[in-house]
Design a protein around this ligand. Structure first.
Ligand code: B12
Ligand code: SF4
Length: 447
């Protein structure tokens, strides 16, 4: 059996590792025994990272808020079945996602249970949900599993931003356990990227979220793929509230969309796409089918997803709307509201890159200095040039427009509860420079 980023589960039955073998006298956990133990619980690959590794500094920062005793991460990979994920029948793919997602949570939970029996404090943030929804629409997840898995030598992010395991490809889900003990050895990242830049993920994505250069349109993916998750559901509830009667509601939401929402609420939220993952041929165990016949691979794996007639959820006047019209005219555009509207100045600043419209910004060249006053004082600089965005926590260079706003007013404005003229009249908004630059700014971010 081949070794990749650590030991892999053997195909043959293994003897359960004795728990006592894991902890040495000085309290350090034995690398091999712990790894074997996690594999025996059902993980398909396992890696370890020390909490102080610079590449995961963001994760250390987040984790220390809830578990300051943490010293190491255990990162696990669980394989998914390829054929169901590739199916154009979304119910089949979602069954696989949900089943293996639960498997990840079950394995990390069992790890925590066993480690606790050894007197080791351990914590298992969820594979996906539940997340910290009071932070919505900010970073609702506690731990980013991807950078930890990369640091633990379990794979690298491909162009589509999913982690590709050298052997299992991107058909994996990730889990993490944080522990308050050191491990006798830690894993290193693999020294190559299994992504060979075939860009099939770029062609498959129905909303153009993946750029051939690797940029990712978070809001396009989130709006469509997550239509029946937190943001889409919030928007749907708004549609119900805004409708005068059944007739008006049904003019906006088709019966099959309501039924689909029921299914997500009852059986777990259903993803609308994940086509980037379906078509990815990378990984030793996956690539054979692609290499043995590229045309057949495209005909049987990529094209059914491209040809599928289905509703595609987009925010009006976004790159995604343009993309669907041009590339997938046989799919039905369904307009929905942006569900990533910030509710704090912090989420406005940190979320800008997630909603940035790269193509709409291709002819925009501006430097804006924001100063927020009142409840949430802050400053931010936003520079847009040739489709690229730079957000800073300082005012850099010469501003084309200085925007000084009361923080509560600005949040109300973003949420369509008040207007620019009202802000100017009441003095809650002051502009120094050409106001046209504010319109250019708005063009680059969906509202
Ligand atoms: C948020 C999230 C999403 C978001 C953003 C995806 C993304 N690229 O980050 C959305 C809703 C779009 C999404 C979609 C999907 N996801 Co997801 N998702 C997550 C989650 C909760 C966190 C991801 C993360 O750490 N992002 C931050 C950094 C590390 O990722 P990045 O790509 O380098 O960063 C980009 C964006 O995230 C964004 N960003 C970074 N920080 C922040 C902060 C905020 C507040 C915002 C709004 C945005 C943002 O900007 C970056 C540049 O574009 C993890 C679970 C977890 N707790 O880790 C699963 C996870 C990444 N998702 C997963 C899966 C399977 C999917 C889907 C295939 C879902 C599906 N079944 O349809 C798609 C694939 C989309 C894609 N090509 O990336 C798996 C990936 C497994 C793998 N092989 O790598 C994970 C790891 C879940 C798991 N436990 O296995 N997901
Ligand atoms: S589909 Fe091709 S380009 Fe996209 S991540 Fe996989 S190997 Fe890389």
């Amino acid at each position: 059996m081949k070794e990749v980023g650590g030991s892999l589960r053997s195909d043959t039955e293994m003897q359960p590792t004795e728990l006592k073998e894991i902890v040495s006298e000085d309290g350090t956990l034995d690398y091999d025994a712990l790894k074997q133990f996690a594999l025996n619980l059902g993980a398909d690959d396992v890696g370890f990272v020390e909490i102080d590794r610079p590449s995961i500094a963001d994760e250390k920062y987040e984790l220390e808020k809830i578990f300051p005793a943490a010293k190491s991460f255990i990162s696990i990979v669980v394989r998914m079945n390829q054929e169901p994920i590739r199916s154009s029948a979304r119910s089949i793919a979602n069954l696989e996602f949900h089943h293996q997602g639960e498997e990840v949570n079950s394995i990390t939970r069992k790890l925590v249970t066993k480690l606790e029996r050894l007197g080791i404090r351990a914590l298992n943030p969820s594979m996906g949900f539940p997340m910290e929804m009071q932070r919505f629409p900010g970073r609702v997840w506690l731990i980013s599993h991807k950078p930890i898995a990369e640091a633990a030598g379990l794979g690298k992010k491909g162009i589509h931003r999913n982690v590709i395991h050298p052997r299992f490809g991107n058909f994996i889900l990730l889990g993490t356990v944080a522990i308050d003990a050191r491990i006798s050895r830690y894993d290193k990242p693999i020294d190559y990227n299994p992504c060979f830049e075939c860009k099939l993920c770029v062609s498959a994505c129905p909303v153009g979220a993946i750029a051939p250069t690797g940029e990712f349109d978070f809001s396009a993916c989130y709006t469509h793929n997550y239509r029946e998750f937190m943001g889409g559901l919030t928007d749907w509830v708004g549609t119900i509230a805004d409708s005068r009667d059944r007739k008006e509601y049904q003019a906006k939401v088709a019966p099959n969309e309501t039924a689909s929402m029921w299914q997500s609420l009852s059986f777990g939220p259903n993803y609308k796409a994940a086509y980037c993952m379906s078509v990815c041929p990378a990984g030793d165990d996956v690539i054979g089918q692609f290499l043995s016949g590229r045309k057949e691979f495209l005909d049987t794996v990529l094209k059914p997803l491209q040809k599928k007639e289905e509703p595609i959820y987009v925010v009006p006047d976004t790159d995604a709307e343009e993309y669907v019209k041009k590339r997938f005219p046989h799919k039905t555009i369904r307009f929905v509201n942006n569900s990533l509207i910030p509710n704090t100045i912090e989420s406005f600043i940190s979320g800008l890159r997630s909603v940035f419209q790269r193509k709409r910004a291709s002819d925009v060249d501006i430097n804006l200095h924001f100063t927020f006053t009142g409840k949430e004082p802050a400053i931010a600089g936003v520079q847009i040039s040739k489709g690229k965005l730079k957000v800073s926590r300082t005012h850099e260079g010469k501003a084309d427009l200085k925007v000084t706003a009361d923080s509560s007013f600005w949040i109300d404005f973003l949420n369509h509860r008040c207007s620019i003229p009202l802000g100017l009249i009441t003095g809650k908004l002051r502009l120094a420079g050409n106001p046209v630059h504010l319109l250019k700014f708005q063009k680059c971010f969906p509202v």
